[in-house]
Design a protein around this ligand. Sequence first.
Ligand code: ATP
Length: 315
Amino acid sequence: MSGYLLTAPAKINLYLEILGDRPDGFHELVMVMQTIALSDRIEVSSHRGKGINLYCKQPLVPLDERNIAYRAAQLMMARFPHAYEEFGGVDITIEKNIPVAAGLAGGSGNGAAVLVGLNLLWQLGLTQPDLRILAAELGSDVPFCIGGGTAIATGRGEILDPLPDLDGIPIVLAKYSNIAVSTPWAYQTYRAQFEDGYLRDDESWQDRMTQIHSGGLIQAIQTKNIQAIAAELHNDLEKVVLPAFPQVQTLRDCFAKHGAIGTMMSGSGPSVFAICESVEQANQLKTSVSTELNSPDLDLWVTQISCHGIQAATL
Ligand code: ATP
């Protein structure tokens, strides 16, 4: 066998609340993470030499240590030197369909895919929990990307509690290709503006997490009540990203005006998603928003909520 083809889906945040500052410098978060069908395709195979060859035609994607997929391969080589010795170097080819720097965890998903791919290629027999521990070393969103689906994420985002599947709900996703939002910028700006309201201790964080766990969004997910899910969407980072990027606010308003049952920015943005009742409504919404905003820089996708994380097939 020559290698593996991994499908690495994007994620959206149905909920993102910033609770406070952690001693490690990150924020303490409560998020509801959700995979969607829009996916990158990653091929992982061995080559006779040493080291990592990374190929990707999307010019915004770095091809060296700055790429999370590259760092994932480095991590596996360091942790499993005997397998690296036996199987040789790693070729990684990324076909990018998820927009870059969009708040959709595209890079994190690529990193997760390489962990899953090398586990198979090198016949390591690592379990999902084993892979999630490795994934946490690469980034806060990477553990979620391994298994995907619907989950509450706490801590930095790496502590996961699965929720019932919501697959099949139609989504329209939109992003201006001329806008990129740096995730560190979004969190630093949020801290500068809202630090005074942060919860200060573990006990207050736990109380707030318990409230969210028993709150409206989680109940709506448990009963798969799409209207209620749409009404409970929330993202604290909108408070800093929307004023700084008025086009994103306009996009969000346009989704709402044309009948989305719920709309929200994903992660640190600037992508915005809209929840729809049917695929027909989603296609109609895409057309209406595209016509009204009429911009060559606006990309739109009709996709759907998915219950899958990284999926693998032999090449
Ligand atoms: P997150 O939601 O996890 O914060 P994001 O969706 O906002 O991520 P990415 O698409 O992961 O953003 O890209 C963020 C930056 O990471 C990009 O500017 C790019 O330079 C870098 N990057 C590193 N590895 C990758 C990768 N495999 N794919 C895309 N970008 C990558």
